[in-house]
Design a protein around this ligand. Structure first.
Ligand SMILES: Cc1ncccc1N[C@@H](C)c1ccc2c(c1)OCCO2
Length: 115
């Protein structure tokens, strides 16, 4: 029922890191394609091609509702945003370039923060 103080402190550290990381992603200049769910009615083919849509506002909702039981599950959702982007968008399109830029930034920041 109750965590030991050590594991409780460790959990607080990862939640704090997730909050910092998500805030930085949301504030990044290239975040604009990923801030809200892709409108599947107005983007032809998206519903069929992308099996697991994900975006920063959905991650924010899950973090707020304590739905991330581990750091790994949080990182998996962030990477899902970028993998969906690579699947649907050409590398050199405006959205494709934003996805590559955001992924590079995330990889750098989470290793700085947590490794
Ligand atoms: C991440 C992503 N992948 C594939 C398609 C869309 C999107 N993003 C949406 C928000 C989006 C981004 C840019 C847009 C847009 C919608 O609709 C109007 C034209 O500009």
């Amino acid at each position: 029922k109750h965590d030991s103080p050590v594991s409780c402190a460790k959990k607080a550290k990862t939640v704090k890191a997730q909050q910092i990381l998500l805030a930085e992603l949301e504030a990044h200049p290239a975040a604009w394609p990923f801030l809200s769910p892709v409108n599947q009615k107005s983007v032809p083919g998206y519903r069929k091609v992308i099996k697991k849509p994900m975006d920063f506002s959905t991650i924010r909702e899950k973090l707020t509702n304590n739905q991330y039981l581990s750091l790994e599950s949080f990182i998996m959702d962030v990477n899902l945003v970028f993998d969906n982007c690579e699947k649907f968008n050409e590398d050199h399109s405006e959205i494709g370039q934003a996805g590559h830029s955001m992924r590079r930034y995330f990889d750098k920041r989470w290793t700085e923060l947590l490794k």
